[in-house]
Ligand binder design. Structure first.
Ligand SMILES: [Zn+2]
Length: 296
């Protein structure tokens, strides 16, 4: 049975901490390097429900995409939400390890898993990592479709293939436009609009999109370029999925990667992926279809 330090070294090899963004907080949050690991759980969020699931499962290590603490704290008292997470983990000898933006930019990374879930062929990163001579690492991915789809069909595929959430998939732009190339970025992607424009793709699938940037973007304006000329840019559709759903496929990819490592080392790890939906949105009331007539 491997020690935690050995498993962490393998994870660090997949997602080196130094490749995380400077503002990020990745790595081991809780855990004794000497403790033995036999069962591992992957999840997107280090929230209490996931930690309780790890306890029930008898996991020794929880690996999450999102950090527990992104900024410094002065307390891990169990009277605080995150402190309770820390207490539960320590009480049950469960380690917590985080791979966030270092997993985003990895090859394969979060957006490769997202593209894979939708059967999209990755042709390269959206924002290449200048430190990668192979040109495969970086943020987001540019993908090609083997058969063109309308935006509406692509949204339907995303809704079907990504884990179900209350939000589903929202579309901005012409739903009947044809998509041959699409950029994808797991998690909040509206900081990548300029790069998406520059990539010349037909659509962009990401999460956490907001009214004003989206409104300007689909109108053909580059949001950060002022004053923007009217209709200077070709139309481009946006698909907005639930943040959690766009990152969850990475958990399956990462679990497969750790399984392979475990086989290679003869570790016999039991590797699990949490299916608990931790997207914070819990219900969605659909409005009238615009084509079905206006409400009375
Ligand atoms: Zn995220």
């Amino acid at each position: 049975m491997p020690r935690l330090s050995e498993v962490i070294a393998a994870l660090e090899n997949l997602w080196p901490a130094e490749r995380a963004e400077s503002w990020d907080a990745v790595g081991t949050v809780v855990g004794d390097p000497e403790q033995e690991v036999s069962r591992v759980l992957f999840a997107v969020d280090p929230v209490q429900g996931i930690v309780d699931e790890a306890v029930k499962l008898g996991a020794d290590l929880l690996v999450t995409h999102h950090p527990l603490y992104l900024r410094g704290t002065t307390t891990v008292a169990a009277s605080t939400v995150k402190g309770r997470v820390v207490h539960t983990l320590i009480k049950h000898d469960i380690a917590l390890h985080v791979a966030h933006t270092n997993a985003d930019s990895a090859d394969p990374g979060v957006s490769d898993a997202l593209a894979g879930a939708l059967d999209l062929r990755v042709t390269g990163p959206l924002v290449p990592d200048p430190g990668d001579p192979a040109g495969r690492r970086g943020l987001g991915r540019i993908c090609a479709l083997d058969h063109p789809l309308t935006v509406r069909e692509l949204a339907a595929r995303a809704a079907e293939r990504l884990p179900a959430t209350a939000q589903g998939i929202r579309v901005a732009g012409d739903p009947d436009a044809v998509v041959r190339t699409v950029a994808v970025s797991g998690g909040s992607g509206d900081s990548l609009f300029d790069q998406v424009r520059a990539a010349g793709v037909d659509a962009f699938l990401t999460a956490d999109l907001r009214h004003h940037p989206v409104s300007e973007f689909v109108a053909g304006r580059a949001p950060t370029t002022a004053p923007a000329p009217l209709t200077s840019l070709p139309p481009l559709a946006l698909l907005d999925a639930a943040h959690w759903a766009t990152e969850w496929p990475w958990c399956e990819l990462a679990a497969t990667q750790l399984d392979e490592i475990s086989d290679r080392h003869g570790w016999d790890l039991r590797v699990h992926v949490s299916k608990t939906v931790t997207d914070p949105w819990t219900a969605h009331a659909a409005s009238f279809e615009p084509t079905a007539g206006a409400p009375n």
